[in-house]
Design a protein around this ligand. Structure first.
Ligand code: KIV
Length: 261
């Protein structure tokens, strides 16, 4: 595989926007891949949108690896990134061990949440030859300590800390950095301050690319949609409609609409 740091730096230089979406299973990964997406993330958002947990903190490594294996079977062209769950990268050594497990499961790169605080962990991963995507800004794995999903970069000190985080992950060898719900003006400043691409989620249009949780984009998790998402489809409504049609037909006729014989 081409050196990803170089590849993504070049895309940024050319002003080519990078597209990324999440997938946790074979059909979704295959559909996204066939649609021409650049990056597929097996995100630990899995915990909420697939496993029904309150937040991402209960997600285990076994769960992530199971879904990474499934998604990897559907991907031919996109870059598949595995998201390292909380407490699987508490030390640089543990971070490398976990990253290797994702690669064995079919991921081509890994991501973890953290900036300056995790520079040594990121450096250990990239030194081991494993491509790495960083994630700074709002860190969902810390949602309980933070008391909610709050916009980052509102104060001068938060903005400075974010720019320091971005520089630290770039120096540690990341090929890109996710900026989660960062004030758009600060996201723009970070984008201009580093040479690797910023991939925004709820951080405005000045980033080098965008990532979304696919369930939010396609309306497959209708009980909660983040404010910054405008769903492109209403898949949950279609599932309900199809299920109701099946139920009605079966109750009325004993068969669903089109019998095979
Ligand atoms: O877990 C996830 O899906 C993520 C994205 C929202 C960036 O980390």
């Amino acid at each position: 595989m081409q050196n990803l740091v170089e590849k993504y730096r070049e895309m940024k230089k050319r002003g080519e926007k990078i597209t990324a979406l999440t997938a946790y299973d074979y059909p979704t990964a295959r559909l996204l891949d066939e649609s021409g997406i650049d990056i597929i993330l097996v995100g630990d958002s899995l915990g909420m949108v697939v496993l029904g947990y309150e937040d991402t903190t209960p997600v285990t490594l076994a769960e992530m690896l199971h879904h990474t294996r499934a998604a990897s079977r559907g991907v031919k062209n996109a870059l598949l990134v595995g998201d390292m769950p909380i407490h699987t990268f508490d030390t640089p050594e543990q971070a490398v061990g976990t990253a290797r497990k994702f690669i064995e499961a079919g991921a081509q790169a890994v991501k973890l949440e953290g900036g300056v605080s995790h520079a040594a962990h990121i450096e250990a991963i990239t030194r081991a030859g494993i491509p790495f995507m960083a994630h700074i800004g709002m860190l969902p794995q810390q949602v309980r300590e933070q008391g909610g999903y709050k916009v980052k970069g509102k104060t001068q000190s938060e903005a400075e800390a974010l720019i320091a985080d971005a520089r630290a992950v770039e120096t540690a060898g990341a090929f890109s950095v996710v900026l989660e719900i960062v004030v758009p003006e600060i996201a723009r400043q970070i984008t201009n301050a580093i040479t690797i691409p910023t991939i925004g989620i709820g951080s405005g249009e000045q980033c080098d690319g965008q990532i979304l949780v696919t369930h939010d984009l396609i309306g497959l998790f209708p009980w909660f949609t983040p404010k910054f998402v405008s769903p492109e489809a209403r898949v949950a409504d279609e599932i309900r409609r199809a299920a109701r049609a099946f139920i009605e037909q079966t109750r009325a006729t004993g068969l669903s609409k089109r019998p095979l014989v």
